[in-house]
Design a protein around this ligand. Structure first.
Ligand code: UGA
Length: 448
């Protein structure tokens, strides 16, 4: 099939490259000329596992093309995916201006029946609005349908998620569009992937509800973790005990500094906004957002207590990306924590295996970026693990202790619980994780 994907950001590029991987002929449209030239060379502006070879392979086999402008060629595709950004507006609502602009731009070029697919995360009712915009801007009586087909890709695992999804949601009221979407996803249908064929509004809401539910699991476990600290209980044991119940499931029950990234914070805010615009409240999601903010502030209090104040203290932060495996700082708890520490007068020495360049862009000279985690801990008063990169688990803690500034009992704050308290204390550290109740553990002197 001939397919166009408009927007070659993270979702658009993965979608374009993977659809080309299915054997379709795909044109990705990207308005940033610098990105277009880089992509044509197979250079991807962000890190995503397995994506580079897929893009290069697609370009070489002439299944994937990248261009800057929407034109007759791109609009002449059987299917046009809209995969542009829907960032948060100030009031938390999703900003749909890019989606609407694309709809306006493609409409005059349409000649034959076309299926326009909303891949971007968009509020309930957007498919209808896109339909109206296209209708107003058509050059004649051209038949078309608008379909909602939300993505559930995880950054870092997006390619494997695309080829082996838990489910595919297709929202359309048109059986003609349904047939076209069956051709797009023929490979996944043949593999037995579960499909839900529904109306556009339900598809739109499924996306927000799924992300909000995952965010709820995280805020829930973080609250229980905080309770564990007060009650002298270990959160990992509680999470495991809960997660083995198949109805609950063990995933997304890792306590930590709060969720981040380009999706959960934005989508939870947008969902509360969607509800309000329907005259409803989703109180649970409103609370989830509040808990997530409080969790980041709580982490800063932990650091302050461990350092005995923040002014003039040197704090080593290991891990700045919002999760391991990506170089993305968007709404990363680490960035929020770093800003709060800087505002309180602390000096920061940070390391991240992939995101350092972006850290430099965000913080400039305000932060000391270190290429090596051992440089980051040198002379530090407190060591904080913020993102659970697997390499931090391999740190030589004896060497770390020697490099730090705190004599016999340096403090290690493990905000992702990557270590066990025992293994850290063996080296003479004072240790604190998240939800690892100190009351039941007299050895932990960070809180006593
Ligand atoms: C999330 C969803 O998982 C995807 O299904 C969805 O498609 C995507 O948003 C999106 O809407 O585009 P992603 O943002 O890549 O994917 O990140 P996740 O792996 O879900 O992690 C989000 C945040 O939650 C991270 O900061 C992570 O550290 C945190 N998290 C996750 C926890 O604190 N605890 C957990 O147990 C799990």
């Amino acid at each position: 099939m001939k397919i166009t994907v408009i927007g070659c950001g993270y979702v658009g590029l993965v979608t374009a490259a993977c659809l080309a991987g299915f054997g379709h002929t795909v044109t990705g449209v990207e308005k940033d000329p610098a990105k277009v030239s880089a992509l044509k060379e197979g250079l991807i502006p962000f890190y995503e596992e397995d994506l580079a070879p897929l893009v290069t392979g697609g370009l070489q086999k002439k299944r994937l093309f990248i261009q800057e402008k929407i034109d007759e060629n791109t609009a002449g595709a059987e299917v046009i995916f809209i995969a542009v950004g829907t960032p948060s507006l100030r009031n938390g609502a999703a900003d749909l201006s890019q989606v609407f602009k694309v709809a306006e731009e493609i409409a005059p070029y349409l000649k034959n029946y076309t299926v326009i697919v909303n891949k971007s995360t968009v509020p309930v009712g957007t498919a209808k609005q896109v339909r109206e915009i296209i209708k107003r801007n058509l050059a004649g009586e051209i038949p078309f349908d608008v379909v909602s087909n939300p993505e559930f890709l995880r950054e870092g695992k997006a390619v494997s998620d695309f080829f082996r999804p838990d489910r595919v949601i297709v929202g359309t009221n048109s059986s003609r569009a349904e047939q076209v979407m069956k051709k797009v996803y023929a490979r996944l249908l043949a593999d037995g992937t579960p499909f839900i064929w529904t109306n556009p509004e339900a598809a739109e809401l499924i996306k927000y509800a799924a992300n909000a539910f995952l965010a709820t699991k995280i805020s829930f476990i973080n609250e229980i973790a905080n309770l564990c600290e007060a009650a002298g209980v270990d959160i990992d044991t509680v999470a495991r005990g809960m997660g083995l119940d198949k109805r609950i499931g063990g995933e997304f029950l890792r306590a930590g500094p709060g969720y981040g990234g380009s999706c959960f914070p934005k989508d939870t805010r947008a969902l509360t906004h969607i509800a309000r615009s329907c005259g409803q409240r989703v109180l649970i999601v409103e609370t989830v957002i509040k808990i997530n903010e409080q969790q980041k502030a709580r982490m800063v209090r932990k650091i302050r207590e461990a350092a005995g104040g923040l002014k003039g203290k040197t704090i080593a932060l290991l891990g700045m990306a919002f999760k391991p495996g990506v170089d993305d700082l968007r709404e990363s708890p680490a960035v929020d924590i770093a800003n709060r520490l800087l505002a309180a007068g602390a000096r920061l020495q940070v390391h991240d295996p992939m995101a350092l360049e972006r850290v430099k862009e965000v913080f400039g000279a305000r932060i000391n970026c270190c290429q090596d985690p051992y440089d980051a801990v040198t002379g530090a008063d407190v060591l904080v693990i913020v993102t659970d990169w697997p390499e931090y688990k391999e740190l030589d803690l004896a060497a770390v202790k020697k490099l730090m500034n705190t004599g016999d009992t340096p403090a290690l704050l493990d905000l992702r619980n990557i270590f066990t308290p025992q293994e850290v204390r063996r080296y003479g550290f004072r240790y604190q994780g998240v939800g690892r109740g100190w009351k039941g553990d007299p050895e932990n002197d960070l809180q006593n």
